[in-house]
Write a protein that binds this ligand. Structure first.
Ligand SMILES: [Zn+2]
Length: 236
């Protein structure tokens, strides 16, 4: 069956009461915006599942810490605490998303070397993540932190600035909610990590129980051993 853009052309090709046409017309009338949105959300979650399951080999936190291998790895861990001394956001130029610097008393974006006309706060949260094999420092950047907090850094900073007389430098309680919960992380190990034993950048993260369970079974992770680490935190 071929559908043409022109109504008249369509009419020429088939009579309007054949089942395919009825079905097609029904689908047109029921496809509303919320359906389209939920379809695109479903699509996104399928894509991120594929990404997690296909491209990340499991590595325990202890192994990540001692890794001499560069690459992307999936790991399961509990955010034990937030390193508050690093703050929770940085100011960026919206276009380049880089952290602005002060050069000769002027704000400069290191990406384009321009003075940003508008500064946007973005998340950069340093966390200590633990599993049954050890602990490591991870850094959650903007989009990944947003997935767990469900509010933008801009929203939180605005609220803090309005609520207190402060400059937004204290810690929003929304961020504390990610502590003592378990996540599936995708971690990028780069040469710098191996040389410096530094924090690992989070390349993806989820708290989706189905994704976590799918990852556990696809990687053959011993769930009993893994969950034995801490009695007060579970995946459910
Ligand atoms: Zn720039």
């Amino acid at each position: 069956m071929q559908l043409c853009n022109s109504w008249n052309a369509s009419k020429l090709h088939f009579s309007l009461d054949i089942p395919e046409v009825v079905q097609y017309k029904a689908s047109l009338s029921t496809t509303n915006l919320s359906q389209q949105l939920s379809q695109s959300v479903t699509q996104t979650s399928i894509n991120s599942q594929d990404e997690f399951l296909s491209s990340a080999k499991y590595m325990s936190i202890g192994d990540i810490r001692q890794s001499t291998e560069i690459g992307m790895f999936g790991t399961l861990g509990n955010i034990h605490k937030i390193q508050t001394n690093f703050g929770w956001y940085y100011e960026s130029y919206n276009k380049c998303r880089k952290k602005v610097k002060i050069v000769d008393g002027q704000l400069i974006c290191p990406g384009c070397e321009k003075t940003p006309p508008l500064l946007i706060p973005r998340y950069k949260i340093h966390v200590l993540v633990m599993d049954h094999t050890g602990s490591a420092y991870f850094v959650l950047f903007d989009t990944h932190a947003y997935k767990l907090i469900h509010k933008t850094a801009r929203e939180l900073k605005l609220r803090l600035t309005e609520a207190t007389t402060g400059d937004g430098s204290s810690f929003p309680e929304e961020i504390e909610q990610i502590v003592q919960r378990r996540y599936l992380f995708k971690i990028k190990i780069i040469e710098f990590n191996i040389e410096q034993n530094s924090s690992f950048t989070v390349s993806n993260v989820t708290d989706d129980v189905n994704l976590i369970n799918a990852f556990i079974s696809s990687q053959g992770i011993n769930k009993v051993e893994y969950e034995g680490v801490s009695a007060n935190s579970t995946f459910a």
